[in-house]
Write a protein that binds this ligand. Structure first.
Ligand SMILES: [Zn+2]
Ligand SMILES: [Zn+2]
Length: 340
């Protein structure tokens, strides 16, 4: 089979490998669609990632496929079944899992190898996070289950509800998905992004308003002034992944408001926060990481319901040959990859 293998920084090779065979509890999928992801672009630059085995490593983590072979002990899945798979599964037994925080699992198992004709799925992911493809759901949309599950997990950490004003900083894929989920919840969402086409897309996802990114104090004042009669929004979600945006998010929230710091920043970075708004303003500041099995199921239900124009996030379909150049170019769209 043809498969992309990551050998090191900027070294992604298309190789001919044997079709994998499933071990106990494992499933081998024939990949119908994989999707490119900003995380893959980062992994390609760095040549490795904590979620990957050491190089040479199978690559790609968003996939939808058809069961080609099921190993001994796999229940309820037959050859030919169309399924969608999340990119990880928690153990269910470590202290965070037992406390109901599976996104913090200490023994999480990750999936990699979606950029290939066949993908061997670890047994734990088969058991916990492989789901039947809902009838009528296109494979490229279904493969968005992983990024959308992260957004679902993020908005679970936001208390704002019907009629509350939420500012989302960042109109990339994650910020857009979060804006859409909060709009479905009934929040009045303002998405801030410097790119006009991303602001327009946020409106199609249900944002009530779109504004430029608050890159200086005057712009931040304008965003704050436009919400809560000048006090600021009820909630702010940072989906940029830069320390300055984290600081801006905390600065925007109204007294008593909440802030979700969602975007992952570079390792070793720090932020400086003003103590007075946090103390006298009783701000609630939370983080969010990855997803949970419940979020994966909720995400698939959203995709099947089509409650936002999810396909707007997808660019043109590409082949395995195109993946490295597309990741290097770092375009904002997710590109469906058809490996066969
Ligand atoms: Zn991803
Ligand atoms: Zn665990």
């Amino acid at each position: 089979m043809r498969a992309l293998v990551l050998h090191g920084p900027d070294d992604l090779r298309l190789e001919d490998l044997p079709v994998p065979s499933p071990g106990p509890g494992e499933v081998v999928l024939q990949v119908t669609r994989a999707l490119t992801c900003a995380t893959d672009a980062k992994m390609l630059r760095q040549g490795r990632h904590p979620a990957l085995p050491p190089p040479p490593a199978p690559f790609g983590h968003e996939a939808c496929g058809v069961v080609a072979a099921a190993g001994p002990g796999v229940d309820g899945l037959r050859e030919g079944d169309a399924v969608v798979v999340a990119n990880s599964a928690p153990c269910g037994e470590c202290p965070p899992c037992l406390r109901g925080r599976p996104s913090l699992c200490e023994h999480i198992v990750y999936l990699s190898g979606a950029y290939a004709e066949y993908l061997r799925v670890p047994s734990r992911i088969v058991a916990r996070n492989m789901l039947p493809l809902p009838p009528g759901l296109a494979p490229e949309r279904a493969a968005m289950v992983e990024p959308l599950a992260c957004a679902v997990r993020g908005v679970e950490r936001v208390e704002a509800g019907e009629g509350d004003e939420v500012v989302v900083l960042g109109g990339g894929v994650q910020g857009t998905l979060i804006a859409g989920l909060l709009a479905v919840r009934g929040c009045r969402v303002t998405l801030c992004d410097p790119h006009a086409e991303r602001r327009d897309r946020a409106l199609r996802f249900g944002a009530a308003r779109a504004m430029d990114a608050p890159r200086d104090a005057a712009a931040a004042d304008a965003v704050r002034a436009a919400h809560g009669d000048g006090r600021g929004p009820d909630a702010v979600v940072e989906a940029v992944g830069r320390p300055d945006a984290w600081e801006a998010a905390v600065a925007l929230a109204r007294p008593g408001g909440e802030v979700l710091l969602y975007g992952g920043c570079a390792p070793g970075t720090t932020v400086t926060l003003p103590t007075h708004p946090l103390h006298y303003g009783e701000l609630s500041v939370r983080g969010s990481y990855h997803h949970t099995p419940a979020a994966v199921r909720a995400a698939l239900a959203h995709l099947a319901a089509g409650d936002a124009p999810y396909d707007d996030l997808l660019g043109d379909e590409i082949t395995l040959e195109d993946v490295a150049p597309v990741l290097r170019a770092g375009s904002g769209d997710k590109r469906p990859v058809r490996p066969a």
